[in-house]
Design a protein around this ligand. Structure first.
Ligand SMILES: Nc1ncnc2c1ncn2[C@@H]1O[C@H](COP(=O)(O)OP(=O)(O)O)[C@@H](O)[C@H]1O
Ligand SMILES: [Mg+2]
Length: 324
């Protein structure tokens, strides 16, 4: 059986766009280095209007860095990132502020102000960025809280609500200015499976209800397959593949006897999607002998987190049990 067809290798423009859908985000050959260490290495892909694009890959492969580059909070070393057709790398700060009003961000923690009620947290962007009168803001806050199922909890403080509710509140705040794009970094991190499934349903529901375009960074495969229209897989700062959820799903479901003849890259993607304990990711990790590994240790150890080489050990949170 031939490997499933896919959209693009990393350096090529994303060609899912046969009928040229509108691109709200475009990344072209994005390179980002930290202290000379290349963390994003020629990342190229588009996000189309109205879709949910999931960015996946092992821990440390550059997902959060990519997201921060997209929202203009990290400067890239080369390449181009366009949001709504504007190159965010060359915008003046005040121009970037205008672009910022058109996107919302939900970071891992939800990042609420603890001294403010949920309603006050959601009202804040409206007070800061609009001239709306308080009674209009109050109505808008109610609408956003209703969207995330928190209207009855408007007057509670962050310390009085659960982790899942904090995420919902963060989401209501991210939605306050009716953004065209929502960015999420690991939206279900730290939540139990039931709550995390609830957040996934909320993301899917929001895309339908308000038509927002979403970029979701995650390494949670169940979550990724629930919410994605398309997916981009990163590996060591490079795009391994961009494609539809169905394309990745076909690869994930391919039986072992058919998968063994796939090219190494397809087997690697399949192993990650399935969370299998055995496959090219683990083989590549084991390729260095124990002795070599020990001897190399002093040179590779760096005070500021793992190097790009260290991302070889893809971080699985869940693995299929293959041991007896
Ligand atoms: N501000 C920073 N300064 C230096 N190194 C960083 C910084 N942010 C991230 N890194 C490094 O970049 C790599 C990718 O990190 P990150 O994008 O957070 O990965 P992911 O989100 O995929 O887990 C890691 O090796 C990390 O240590
Ligand atoms: Mg991250």
């Amino acid at each position: 059986m031939p490997p499933p067809a896919h959209d693009t290798p990393s350096a090529m423009p994303d060609s899912t766009a046969n009928d040229a859908p509108e691109s709200l985000i475009s990344c072209r050959n994005v390179i980002k280095r930290f202290d000379g260490r290349t963390v994003l290495d020629g990342v190229t892909f588009d996000v189309h209007a109205g879709e949910t694009m999931v960015v996946m890959g092992g821990s440390g492969c550059g997902k959060s860095t990519l997201l921060r580059c997209m929202i203009g909070s990290h400067k890239i070393d080369s390449g181009v990132i366009e949001l709504f057709g504007q190159n965010v790398c060359t915008l003046r700060p005040e121009e970037m502020d205008d672009v910022r009003k058109n996107f919302g961000i939900l970071f891992q923690s939800g990042a609420l102000f603890n001294s403010m009620s949920i309603a006050e947290n959601v009202a804040l962007p409206l007070q800061e960025h609009t001239d709306l009168d308080p009674s209009t803001i109050e109505i808008m806050v109610k609408i956003k809280l209703e969207l995330v199922g928190l209207r009855e909890h408007a007057d509670k403080f962050p310390a009085q609500i659960s982790g899942g509710m904090k995420k919902r509140a963060g989401l209501a705040r991210a939605l306050a200015l009716d953004p065209r794009i929502l960015f999420y970094d690991e939206p279900s991190a730290g939540l139990d499976p039931v709550t995390s499934a609830e957040i996934d349903r909320l993301i899917v529901g929001l895309t339908r209800k308000v038509g927002v375009t979403s970029v979701v960074v995650t390494h949670e495969m169940d979550s990724a397959f629930t919410i994605a229209d398309r997916m981009v897989m990163l590996d060591k700062g490079r795009v391994l593949r961009v494609g539809s959820r169905d394309m990745f799903d076909e690869l994930r479901r391919l039986p072992d006897d058919q998968a063994k003849d796939l090219p190494e890259e397809d087997r690697l993607i399949r192993q990650f999607l399935r969370g299998d304990a055995e496959g090219p990711i683990t083989e590549r990790k084991a390729a260095t002998s124990y002795a070599e590994d020990l001897l190399r240790q002093p040179q590779t150890a760096k005070p500021i987190g793992p190097s790009i080489e260290a991302t070889r050990g893809w971080g699985f949170r869940r693995r299929k049990e293959t041991l007896p």
